[in-house]
Design a protein around this ligand. Structure first.
Ligand code: HEM
Length: 438
């Protein structure tokens, strides 16, 4: 450990930091600038919090990875979605057992296999529609986030198969809840509808007996003795966490492939080799699609769908980083700028370049595990990571087997932050059919 240094950062301003964020063009760009200027650990003003410490140095991330607490004020906006306590900030003793049930289902092969066929039908439905676009551009982000909402609805609530859920109505209600301020009558009716839908699914599962079915989220939560209110909250939070993130992961990947035709050709050749004449992969095929997986990972490095995380230090800490040693007191808000972590030039040479080969097993083995954190880290990391990878790989495989994607000339794609890393005016692309070997 070296001498303890003061944490560097810009001079404090009277406006609580809002002006600097606006000047930079958003918090995501502000973080990139701060870390480029001051290094891996930076002190900055975060509106609503005061002074926070932002960490883009993987060495330091690792030392904070065990922290099991989030700053409540930053996540208060999610309270209206939860009846039984805000799931983002509940204490570790409640969160741990809940996380274990979620992981057992979401990260397990039985649930992926069970829902795979339904996922394929949903993606093929979209592909049919795109196939009929007749040379007009399609809007990737709009259509792919709608697709992933349908997928997570099918996954979390059992989809159309169970007969209890009207998938289209659930999707519409969820969009109303997300797009309107929670105070409107329309939004509260939509929320009531969603909660009563989850109750109907719970009742149907209870009729079937409380079996611990690890392929079905609601059965597994019931079998673990979770209260109906907590199950309703889990369904809401899961749908919220799952749909924009997975949708933008796929649309950013197609955006990058559209600008890197040589990588797109390699993906197409891999799909032809693994799938032959088939239009969609089986679950078992995904592990053969190794180049596609590298492309997806590199895309989530360059455009991490969830660009931030946060923790609250539960004890006084001494953090030993690449640029120096720093002390932070208990109670400090630690900010994780995942985008800036992924652009850290000490760990990513020429960080702005799209290079899928950064994710060969050999390259991965040589890097700190904490240099790449699209799903966060530690005991509050994303429980849906495994499921998200299955959904994204499957979607990309079906679409890239069937189509070539060409950017629309003159359309500028601008990343903005809207809870997820979003393209400001969508990503329009022209799709044209391709045949095997084409
Ligand atoms: C590409 C898609 C996705 C990305 C990039 C992503 C990313 C993230 C990130 C960065 C976090 C915060 C982690 C942290 O604070 O360390 C998170 C949390 C979470 N995600 Fe995801 N996510 C994705 C898809 C999903 C899916 C499909 C689900 C569920 C089916 C899901 C469920 C959750 C939940 C429940 C949390 C809260 C974790 C907790 O507090 O225990 N996510 N996700």
């Amino acid at each position: 450990m070296g001498n303890v240094l003061p944490i560097p950062g810009p001079a404090l301003r009277d406006d609580g930091g809002a002006g600097a964020i606006t000047d930079a063009g958003g918090l995501h760009l502000h973080q990139l600038r701060l870390h480029a200027e001051y290094g891996g650990v930076v002190r900055f003003q975060l509106p609503g919090v005061g002074v926070a410490v932002s960490v883009a140095d993987p060495l330091v991330l690792e030392q904070t990875a065990h922290i099991d607490e989030r700053p409540a004020s930053l996540f208060a906006f999610l309270e209206p979605l939860c009846e039984a306590g805000n799931l983002q900030v509940i204490g570790a003793e409640e969160h741990g057992p809940w996380r274990r049930v979620l992981l057992e289902v979401l990260a397990g092969r039985p649930s992926h296999k069970r829902h795979f066929g339904e996922f394929v039908s949903l993606v093929e439905g979209l592909a049919e529609r795109w196939g009929g676009a007749g040379g007009d551009a399609v809007l990737l982000q709009k259509d792919l986030t709608a697709l992933s909402l349908r997928m997570i609805c099918a996954y979390a609530l059992g989809g159309a198969g169970g007969g209890v859920v009207d998938a289209e109505k659930v999707v519409d209600a969820f969009e109303v809840v997300l797009s309107e301020d929670g105070g409107t009558t329309r939004a509260s009716l939509a929320l009531d509808y969603l909660r009563s839908t989850v109750d109907r699914v719970i009742a149907a599962r209870e009729e079937g007996g409380r079996r611990a079915d690890r392929s079905d989220l609601i059965s597994a939560l019931l079998a673990a003795g979770t209260s109906p209110a907590r199950i309703r909250d889990t369904a809401m939070v899961t749908m919220l966490a799952a749909h924009h993130t997975t949708g933008v992961a796929v649309s950013w990947t197609l955006h990058l492939l559209g600008r890197h035709p040589e990588a797109a050709e390699r993906v197409a050749a891999e799909l032809d080799r693994v799938l032959g004449e088939r239009s969609a992969p089986d679950y078992g095929d995904l592990r053969e699609l190794t180049y596609l997986e590298m492309v997806l990972k590199e895309s989530m490095r360059l455009y991490p769908p969830g660009p931030y995380g946060a923790r609250e230090a539960t004890e006084d800490m001494v953090l030993d980083g690449a640029d120096g040693t720093y002390e932070i007191p208990a109670g400090t808000t630690i900010f994780y700028p995942f985008w800036a972590v992924h652009m850290n030039p000490d760990h990513w040479p020429e960080p702005a370049r799209f290079v899928p080969e950064r994710f060969t097993p050999e390259a991965v083995a040589q890097r700190s595990r904490f240099a790449y954190v699209p799903f966060g880290l530690g005991p509050r990391s994303c429980e849906g990571a495994g499921l998200a990878m299955v959904e994204a790989q499957l979607t990309l495989a079906v679409l890239l087997k069937r189509f070539r994607f060409r950017p629309v000339a003159g359309h500028e794609v601008t990343p903005v932050e809207r809870f997820v890393l979003w393209a400001a005016d969508d990503i329009p692309m022209v799709v044209t059919p391709r045949a095997v070997g084409d």
